[in-house]
Design a protein around this ligand. Structure first.
Ligand code: BTN
Length: 260
């Protein structure tokens, strides 16, 4: 399979009427999230999309690494300056997850589910991960960096991974061109994002909850210090997962969840 570098012009043209007017495509970088944070410090500006063909040190949640292969996948960060209450931070996670789940379903007919807090799954295997970093000024989100990695044409197979991974090409049996997927997902995000800024959240919450694979199921949530078993009841608007244990409802803000 011949791997093709991304065509930056295709991406820029596809995003022309969105807030993402600055699109940077790099051959290699430590981490697109790290570069985004450096850029915010120097010259804070909303609407930047940083894409890398490869990352020397891709960051995942819970201090994990994010693995990819050069010219194969999508690795990118979005820079936003929403000035909305921090309570709405999780809705940005919801927006990026729903946007790409919908883009993948529409373009490739593959059913995508969301695993709390914000992983995309296909047939119980991880397809994409999201790492969002928030910067607050008092109670407002002054800057937000949303990093996403999508296994498009390659998925890692490593013994030290806590979950099995999958890529779209393996699922479809063909090489997948990356630009149309990126453009479709970011365009959808642009619309949900504008909705969030105008307080139109219901449709997004409803779509996210419909796609959430763990609700109503028996789950185990693990963090470094905790282990909670119970039924996943719902996800609240601030992103908290509510679990019904034997004797009470527990609110979980952080952790790894697995089906039991
Ligand atoms: C996860 O652990 O599931 C989140 C993975 C997020 C990976 C992406 S790849 C692009 C961006 N830059 C990073 O260093 N991490 C995110």
């Amino acid at each position: 399979m011949e791997l093709r570098p991304l065509d930056a012009k295709l991406i820029r043209d596809g995003l022309k009427d969105t807030i993402f007017t600055k699109v940077i495509v790099l051959d290699e970088i430590d981490s697109t999230n790290a570069l985004a944070k450096k850029m915010i410090k120097g010259n804070p500006k909303e609407g930047i999309l940083i894409i890398a063909e490869d990352q020397r040190c891709g960051k995942g949640r819970m201090k994990r690494r994010w693995w990819s292969k050069k010219y194969s996948n999508l690795l990118f960060s979005l820079v936003l300056s929403p000035s909305i209450h921090k309570f709405l931070g999780f809705s940005l996670n919801m927006a990026i997850a729903v946007s790409f789940a919908e883009a993948i379903e529409e373009k490739y007919g593959i059913e995508v589910t969301i695993k709390w807090p914000n992983d995309l799954y296909v047939r119980n295997k991880k397809l994409a991960g999201i790492l969002t970093e928030f910067f607050l000024e008092r109670d407002l989100l002054s800057y937000v960096v949303i990093g996403m990695g999508i296994n498009v044409n390659w998925a890692p197979e490593r013994d030290d991974m806590p979950y099995p991974a999958i890529c779209l090409a393996r699922e479809k049996g063909v090489y997948i061109q990356r630009e149309p997927l990126l453009v479709e997902g970011v365009r959808r995000f642009d619309r949900y994002y504008k909705g969030i800024l105008n307080n139109h959240l219901e449709e997004l919450y409803e779509k996210w909850n419909r796609k959430c694979m763990i609700l109503g199921k028996e789950v185990l949530v693990q963090d470094q210090n905790i282990e909670i078993r119970g039924t996943a009841l719902r996800v609240e608007k601030d992103g908290a997962l509510i679990i019904k244990t034997q004797d009470k409802e527990v609110k979980v803000l952080y952790g790894d969840v697995s089906l039991r």
